[in-house]
Design a protein around this ligand. Structure first.
Ligand code: RTP
Ligand code: MG
Length: 156
């Protein structure tokens, strides 16, 4: 597929609590890959907010573990802009399961910084409509969670 035909898109990337200590390295990988960072917010989500963000997975066996994990520490929500940004970011992060990522995409972000199929370092939107919704979730809700916790952050 020809990248030059890709339309400029926005996507919502998230550095999950397990990889927050690697935020500096992940921002570097983002920058090296040609994305523009349009917005960035450091938050700790409340449990109910993690449940809303991942509402599509409500009722699944991993929902409780996922939302407990996602509200367990600071995350960075990052709005990325690039031609074909949605698939480009998902390609850079690799398969959902970090063990599979290490086998099949050893240079991916999940291969480097994730643990398994649950604690997998990063999130990426999967379509234009969910990307728009997730960007609104983080950047059009001033009262979201315990947000803007970036002061004093160490870019590990
Ligand atoms: P994400 O939404 O976080 O970018 O990940 P994804 O599209 O690759 O995967 P998805 O199916 O949307 O799952 C969302 C997140 O739920 C956790 N998960 N745990 N079997 C499990 O224990 C399981 N399956 C999924 C992962 O954190 C996954 O990223
Ligand atoms: Mg998903």
């Amino acid at each position: 597929r020809s990248r030059v035909q890709d339309r400029v898109e926005r996507t919502l990337a998230m550095v999950k609590p397990d990889a927050f200590k690697h935020l500096g390295k992940i921002l570097n990988a983002i920058s090296q890959s040609g994305f523009r960072i349009n917005n960035l917010r450091v938050c700790q989500l409340r449990k109910e907010e993690a449940e809303t963000f991942y509402a599509v997975h409500r009722g699944k066996p991993f929902f409780e573990k996922l939302t407990t994990f996602m509200s367990s520490g600071r995350i960075a929500a990052i709005e990325l802009v690039a031609p074909g940004a949605i698939s480009k970011w998902r390609e850079l992060i690799g398969p959902t399961d970090s063990n599979k990522a290490r086998a099949e995409a050893p240079n991916s972000i999940r291969a480097h910084f994730g643990t398994d199929g649950s604690f997998n370092a990063v999130h990426g939107s999967d379509a234009t409509d969910t990307a728009a919704e997730e960007i609104r979730f983080f950047f059009s809700q001033p009262s979201l969670g315990k947000c803007d916790l970036g002061r004093g952050t160490t870019l590990g």
